[in-house]
Design a protein around this ligand. Structure first.
Ligand code: ANZ
Ligand code: ZN
Length: 814
């Protein structure tokens, strides 16, 4: 009966702890390997399979690298600010700080039971003042650099609750709390100028060892677009309309101009008789989501303002409309509409009977409008006959001499809105003074602490805005009475720099020591969910670059290599959820089988980056594997051995081949997070061991022991507690993790003999074993002389023999 269980886990966790086995050794920083798993939100629910899959398996990778000689740095912490804790407070009256800290304690306990190498001395908790003091410092530095600024931006607003709503509190356009219709309201809010880094964020993607799909998502998110900005004068008006277009070659085909309904120009340009319709339309637009406005399939709508724009290329007057398919926040917030060559303009023009002109000839005669492909310019005056690419260039060139056009690169990426009208976040360290204006809180007055005693009642004002003691302060510059900013920072700000804090988390003078960080950074391997492809992973890259440019960091990119784990589904193939009743709870399995069995199954049952449905059969295969290995070692260590040989004969060579093949494959596969094949190789090795033992009457015991030693060594990263236990039982010195990862023996992988199947007239009739050095002629002779083969070919004439080396001998007889 096997003994490995959760008790074994406890024994070794205690021992590891006492001996500080996984302490990061700073002396070895030149061999550092910074392995980081995305930290988690202390949600209160237990550690789920997803946590385990991310943290447990990455820990195995880190252990494997540690045995290869790296000084592994694997810290853990908590992304502890955020909306859920605040909503929980509103519902239950339990303070976010208290519930969060309670959850963190529970999760720490559970994480410790995982038996990972996390060095808890480096823990980071983002809601603690010793951390958010530096998040605020970061804000001030960005502000001083001109990378943090204030401007008006819309927020979701519930007119009944009289409050700002986060996106996730808006359900189908209705307030989560009172179900009244949510509208947009403009508030002055803080932004980080991530767009200033758009080009570098795009270009440096190429050099990163990241999944291609993630790089492509970031690329599209940044959305670089090359075109021109063109200026339209307005008839009887001093204002101008600027448009961004990727198709200046179609300028002669403009039949109207469209402003986003939010554009400040709208009010100025709308003639009195159109006012009512325009205002109604603007109100309707406020309720729409951007994604719906951009959709090509939604019906296009809009209203006329009564004003006309003048096409700079030919002086033609075209009507100015407003329409929700034009976004205020992209480009210039206005477009020149070319219904002949643009799908959305075409739909709009068809609906409102606006002219549709052709200015690009397709390559075929009967092509229909809208024609969006390439071609030659037509109906375009002096530019007729030019190919469209030349047309783009020459039209911009000709207008630029009159300051009516310039080449322009546009990005889809917007500046990062970091203001939250919420309590549970780092207060934005800004003071507003009547004399001095906007004043950042000086570093020696940081942190701006979150007051504990706040009123969570949802009455339209955020808890901080209502807190007199917090809001009222003194201007750091002139000493006059002043007010604090009451917005807090988006929690993505907290997580945009936590990886910089881990290596120096106790530093009270700075966020981190620059020189120390230059040795510890960047993160060598970062592992987390693909849902972070755009926001977190882009924000962190931006902050890294901004700090580099301010001289605090020496490296360009925060995460050299990135891996996304897949998702483990319920046995029914659906996402695990309480309502479906298909949730697998790690606790139960760990209690019954020990954590290593759980960990091993997660490795064996799935391709790491893909995930898939849970299966108890796979689990059983692992239980059996662990059991059989333990029994083998038990028998080996506890029974008296008869006489043993020192011989390395055929059987020893066979087992040695399996062992070295396993070492070789696992060394390659585990490095790439291919754990399933690694576990399969170890299963083969165990089979090989049993086979060897039953084959030979007088086994070579020294050889078996040496094989077991290597076996337990390569199993250790994947089953850490179990392997320590086996290591001890085999009589080796603590700890198996001090053992170097074994090198495979190339010579052992060269087989002396090979096995070939023999086919006679297309049917497999037997197998022959030949010397691996034999040539094809010799193999043919050997096969034909084989006794069993003789039985089939006797008395027949041999028509043909084909030898496919190392696989098969084909004999055709007749
Ligand atoms: C005239 C035109 C003619 C256009 C044509 C396209 C085809 P990307 O590649 O995404 O940058 N556009 C510009 N600003 C817009 C806004 N704020 N909201 C909605 N649409 C906007 O696309 C740029 C094109 O999208 C621009 O080129 C403009 O339409 C439109 F045959 O200008 B085009
Ligand atoms: Zn002042």
């Amino acid at each position: 009966m096997a003994n490995y269980s959760v008790k074994t886990d406890e024994k070794w966790q205690k021992r590891w702890d006492e001996t500080k086995l996984y302490k990061f050794n700073k002396e070895n920083v030149d061999k550092k390997l910074y392995c980081l798993e995305m930290f988690s939100y202390p949600s209160g629910s237990k550690l789920h399979v997803g946590h385990w899959y991310n943290y447990g398996l990455t820990d195995s990778w880190a252990r494997f690298k540690g045995m290869q000689g790296y000084e592994v740095f694997e810290p853990m912490g908590f992304d502890a600010f955020g909306l859920p804790a605040e909503n929980y407070a509103i519902k239950t009256g339990i303070h976010p700080y208290d519930s969060t800290m309670e959850n963190i304690r529970t999760m720490e306990e559970q994480l410790k039971k995982m038996g990972a190498m996390f060095d808890w001395d480096y823990e980071v908790i983002t809601c603690n003042t010793d951390y958010y003091k530096w998040t605020q410092w970061l804000f001030v530095k960005l502000y001083e650099k001109g990378l943090a600024y204030r401007k008006e931006a819309p927020v979701n607003w519930c007119p009944d609750c009289n409050t700002v709503l986060a996106n996730e509190q808006v359900l189908d356009g209705l307030c989560e709390r009172c179900s009244s219709e949510v509208t947009k309201k403009n508030l002055t809010q803080w932004f980080f100028k991530i767009t200033e880094y758009a080009d570098e964020l795009l270009e440096k993607l190429d050099g990163l060892d990241w999944p291609e799909k993630t790089k492509l998502m970031q690329k599209n998110w940044i959305g670089k677009s090359t075109g021109a900005q063109i200026t339209f004068d307005i008839k009887n008006h001093s204002d101008k309309v600027e448009v961004f277009t990727t198709r200046p070659d179609t300028l002669f085909g403009v039949t109207y101009v469209v402003l986003a309904p939010e554009s400040p120009l709208v009010e100025k340009l709308t003639l009195p008789e159109y006012k009512e319709a325009v205002i109604n339309y603007q109100e309707k637009t406020k309720k729409l989501k951007e994604i719906d406005r951009l959709s090509t399939t939604n019906e296009k709508t809009g209203v006329f303002t009564g004003s006309y724009a003048i096409n700079p290329v030919n002086g033609k007057e075209v009507p100015i409309w407003i329409a929700d398919y034009v976004l205020f926040s992209y480009g210039t917030g206005s477009v020149m509409a070319v219904p002949g060559h643009d799908e959305r303009d075409f739909q709009f023009a068809s609906k409102y009977n606006l002219p549709i002109d052709r200015v690009i000839a397709g390559y075929t005669d009967n092509d229909q409008l809208p024609y969006t492909g390439p071609g030659k310019l037509v109906n375009s005056g002096e530019f007729d006959g030019l190919d469209w690419e030349q047309g783009k260039k020459q039209i911009v060139e000709s207008l630029s001499s009159r300051q009516k056009a310039e080449n322009k690169v546009n990005y889809r990426l917007r500046d990062w809105l970091v203001s939250r009208q919420r309590y549970w976040g780092a207060p934005i360290p800004i003071i507003y003074c009547d004399n001095c204006g906007t004043v950042p809180v000086p570093e020696d007055q940081l942190p701006v602490e979150l007051p504990y005693d706040v009123d969570f009642a949802p009455d339209g004002k955020s808890p901080l805005a209502k807190h007199e003691g917090f809001i009222n302060t003194i201007c750091p510059k002139c000493g006059a009475k002043a007010k604090r900013e009451s917005d807090t920072l988006d929690t993505f700000v907290d997580s945009s720099w936590y990886f910089l804090r881990y290596p120096d988390n106790k530093n009270v003078n700075e966020p981190f020591d620059k020189e120390w960080l230059s040795k510890m950074g960047p993160v060598d391997k970062y592992v987390g969910g693909p849902e972070h492809a755009c926001m977190h992973l882009l924000y962190a890259r931006f902050i890294n670059k901004a700090l580099r440019d301010m001289g605090y960091i020496t490296f360009d990119e925060p995460f050299t290599s990135l891996v996304h784990q897949g998702i483990i589904l319920g046995p029914d193939g659906n996402r695990m959820s309480k309502s479906k009743g298909n949730v697998i709870s790690p606790d139960e399995y760990i209690q019954n089988h020990g954590s290593d069995v759980f960990r091993l199954y997660l490795m064996f049952g799935f391709a790491y980056t893909e995930g898939g449905p849970w299966s108890d059969d796979g689990m059983k295969a692992i239980v059996r594997f662990v059991d059989r290995l333990e029994r083998f070692i038990e028998t080996f260590t506890e029974t008296e051995h008869g006489p043993s040989t020192n011989e390395i004969g055929k059987d020893e060579k066979e087992l040695n081949f399996i062992l070295n093949n396993a070492i070789k494959s696992i060394t390659q596969d585990a490095d790439k997070f291919q754990f399933n094949t690694s576990i399969a190789r170890m299963m083969e090795l165990l089979n090989g061991l049993y086979q060897y033992h039953s084959n030979v009457s007088t086994a070579n015991m020294a050889f078996v022991k040496e094989t077991l030693k290597k076996f337990v060594t390569i199993l250790a990263p994947f089953a850490p507690h179990f392997s320590e236990e086996m290591w001890e039982r085999l009589g080796f010195e603590y700890s198996v993790f001090k053992e170097a990862w074994p090198k495979f023996d190339e010579a052992a992988l060269v087989k002396d003999t090979i096995e070939l199947a023999v086919q006679i007239n297309g049917k497999v009739r037997g197998k022959i074993e030949v010397d691996s050095q034999m040539d094809e002629k010799a193999i043919e002779k050997f096969a034909l002389e084989d006794e069993k083969v003789q039985g089939y070919i006797e008395g027949k004439s041999i028509r043909k023999v084909i030898v496919i080396k190392s696989r098969i001998v084909n004999i055709v007889v007749g």
